[in-house]
Ligand binder design. Structure first.
Ligand code: CA2
Length: 156
């Protein structure tokens, strides 16, 4: 009997894609910084890309730090891996870093913009200290590249 490729099993846990404060405003303001895609459009494209790798996606947004921490804790048992755009909290939240450190699964940090080209206070991300990899500056494409990267890591 042919064996299924790891990660292609229908029973694989979903990839969690978690989005932080104000990302629900995507597509309404600052398109020159964040692009024109809405968060819903990114969510749809991410789910389609993940499907090509045999994964489902749990795509969420919250404006609340505690809720994002709850979801990272949930991901310890309920997710294959995590893609996290913690938005402004990336630059401030030690508590999110602690939750990311406790994940014990691959985590890809994504930013639509390139924080290194922006204000100095965006150059430090606490999340990066726990991330497996970081993708920034490529707009919504960054989320799709993160799916590809995570799928590759999970198949290894
Ligand atoms: O580039 C990214 O993805 C960021 O995580 C976005 C955050 C920012 O604080 C980070 O430095 C970089 C801001 C998200 C706010 O998104 C908006 C989108 C449209 C209109 C207003 C805010």
């Amino acid at each position: 009997m042919a064996r299924k490729t790891p990660g292609k099993t229908t029973g694989a846990l979903p990839i969690y894609v978690l989005n932080g404060p104000n990302l629900n405003l995507l597509g309404t303001r600052e398109p020159e910084v964040y692009g024109r895609a809405t968060l819903a459009e990114i969510g749809k494209a991410v789910a389609e890309r993940a499907k090509t790798h045999g994964f489902s996606v749990t795509f969420r947004h919250s404006n609340h730090e505690g809720e994002l921490i709850d979801w990272l804790q949930e991901a310890r048992t309920m997710a294959s891996g995590v893609i996290l755009n913690a938005a402004g909290l990336s630059h401030t939240s030690v508590s999110l870093l602690d939750a990311a450190r406790a994940l014990d699964k691959p985590l890809i940090e994504v930013h639509l913009s390139n924080p290194y080209r922006r204000e100095p206070y965006r150059r430090r991300s606490y999340i990066s200290e726990a991330a497996t990899g970081v993708i920034c500056g490529l707009g919504a494409t960054g989320y799709l590249l993160a799916i590809d990267a995570l799928a590759g890591l999970l198949k290894d």
